[in-house]
Write a protein that binds this ligand. Structure first.
Ligand code: G6P
Length: 467
């Protein structure tokens, strides 16, 4: 059995107390690591003026962690800069927010190169290498330049935009070319896969073999949708446990007979948080009988606050919230409750279960696992209703949700009204169909099917070094 080497910007080391909330990727890879023995390489989350060129090694169970510190400039240019100020907005179709700087791009390439240098010293020839997310797109190209011939896969957790959109980003051509250094590229949906393949074919005149494979400079790269799933059983177990947490008890007490609508997202402009608040406002204006009878709880943990566009979003969300609560609230009833702290999975699971409506309306999202977790947490006898943006990858699978266009607050307001009125029979029927898909395509399916294809040497690349 080859060793599995996972590379990602954030590395989630298990919390020795077992109390911390495991990050999404950590949950996703738990089982894969049980099958493979592994190494997880990435950023330690720390900055240091003179970081070591060798990673710090930490051993936990059968996984070894190798952690690199960054300099403050690396962090600024690679993480805050190119990854989160240029690539992230571009890939979420927010061209007006995408800020390109040559210095940031150089920093992004520099960190990828230094990660590759450190990683190459730790790898063995038969390791399966699995790189994650947009921070590390050029990693395989850097590893190949150092002579690595391993099977290398990449999973892109966020949307891959249409070539016309991606092509606006300086550096995009070089990034597209570096995709060809992977053997397998996984994206969330077939649409993302099509966008990426079309980009490579249009930009370089690469040829396509069958549906999934593009051939560039003699190298074959398979590009396919592998929709990421959740740990269904684990999440349901957490949701079933009695909600001992103070936050859950207080939410229940403060709701009284009112119904709860819930939104849970990192505070990110791709999530459509102010837009969602305005849709809820529109719902209250159009349905005055509902005032005082329903509360919208938006949990939005602060994220990437050093990036100016996130600070600006935070102000917009607070202003929108204040305006709506001021205009429509009454003594004893606040229409929108808004918190920017992060809560453990157990609290979120309990809140999902209590909520009659899950409002998941990103402007653009790779998959959106909140949508799947909301459904998984429901009581099968009396499930709530999922309202889901057509621009979330999850909408390709969860077609029994109320699918909405988040740009139309009237449409979202009508969906909220219809969701609150939906009878139990229909709620159960829709929930069952969604659950089937969530169970069939859970996180083990995702990791297993990706790794199986990555390890499959059929039609493998022979000359792995780029010419
Ligand atoms: C998205 C990305 C992840 C990232 C997460 C949190 O889900 O796909 O790679 O880790 O956001 O963002 P952060 O910048 O805090 O790592």
């Amino acid at each position: 059995m080859p060793r599995l080497v996972v590379v990602s910007n954030r590395v989630a080391i298990p919390d020795p107390t077992g109390k911390g909330s495991a990050g999404g990727l950590a949950v996703a890879l738990k089982e894969a690591f049980q099958a493979y023995r592994g190494l997880w390489f990435g950023w330690s989350g720390r900055v240091s003026a003179h970081p070591s060129l060798e990673p710090k090694l930490v051993d936990k169970g059968n996984v070894h962690y190798a952690l690199m510190d960054l300099t403050p400039i690396d962090r600024q240019e690679y993480y805050n800069g190119f990854a989160n100020r240029a690539l992230w907005p571009n890939m979420h179709y927010r061209l007006g927010l995408s800020e390109f700087s040559r210095a940031d791009y150089a920093g992004y390439l520099r960190v990828n190169r230094s990660f590759a240098n450190a990683l190459a010293r730790m790898t063995r020839p038969d390791d399966l290498i699995w790189v994650h997310d947009y921070h590390l797109i050029p990693l395989a190209a850097e590893l190949r330049a150092l002579g690595l011939t391993n099977r290398i896969g990449y999973f892109h957790h966020i949307p891959w935009p249409a070539p016309e959109v991606f092509g606006t980003l300086p550096g995009s051509r070089e990034l597209l070319r570096s995709i060809a250094d992977y053997d397998l590229v996984g994206v969330q949906t077939d649409r993302d896969a099509d966008n990426l393949r079309r980009g490579i074919v249009q930009e370089f005149g690469a040829t396509q073999q069958g549906t999934d494979v593009v051939v560039l400079d003699g190298r074959r790269t398979r590009i396919k949708g592998f929709p990421i799933g959740i740990d269904v059983k684990g999440f349901q177990q957490v949701a079933r446990r009695s909600p001992a947490h103070r936050v859950v008890a207080q939410t229940v007490a403060s709701l009284g007979p009112r119904r709860l609508i819930i939104g849970v997202d990192r505070l990110d402009y791709s999530k459509g948080i102010p837009e969602r608040m305005e849709a809820f406002e529109r719902f209250l204006i159009s349905n005055p009988d509902q005032r005082g009878n329903v509360t919208f709880l938006q949990i939005a943990p602060t994220s990437r606050s050093e990036v100016p566009e996130y600070a600006s979003l935070s102000r917009t969300a607070s202003e929108t919230l204040g305006r709506i609560n001021g205009a429509l609230g009454e003594p004893g009833w606040v229409p929108i409750q808004y918190v920017t702290s992060a809560y453990p999975r157990s609290v979120l699971a309990s809140l999902y279960k209590i909520a009659r409506v899950g409002l998941v309306t990103p402007m653009r999202d790779g998959m959106n696992l909140v949508a799947k977790e909301y459904v998984a947490a429901q009581d099968p006898e009396d499930p709530g209703v999922l309202i889901l943006s057509k621009f979330a990858g999850a909408a390709q699978q969860l077609t029994d949700a109320f699918i909405v266009n988040p740009n139309d607050k009237f449409e979202v307001a009508e969906a909220i009204r219809d969701a609150l009125h939906m009878d139990r029979e229909e709620r159960i029927a829709r929930w069952k169909r969604m659950m089937k898909i969530i169970e069939d395509y859970d996180v083990s399916w995702w990791a297993d099917s990706f790794l199986k294809e990555l390890g499959d040497r059929k039609g493998t690349n022979k000359a792995r070094r780029r010419v």
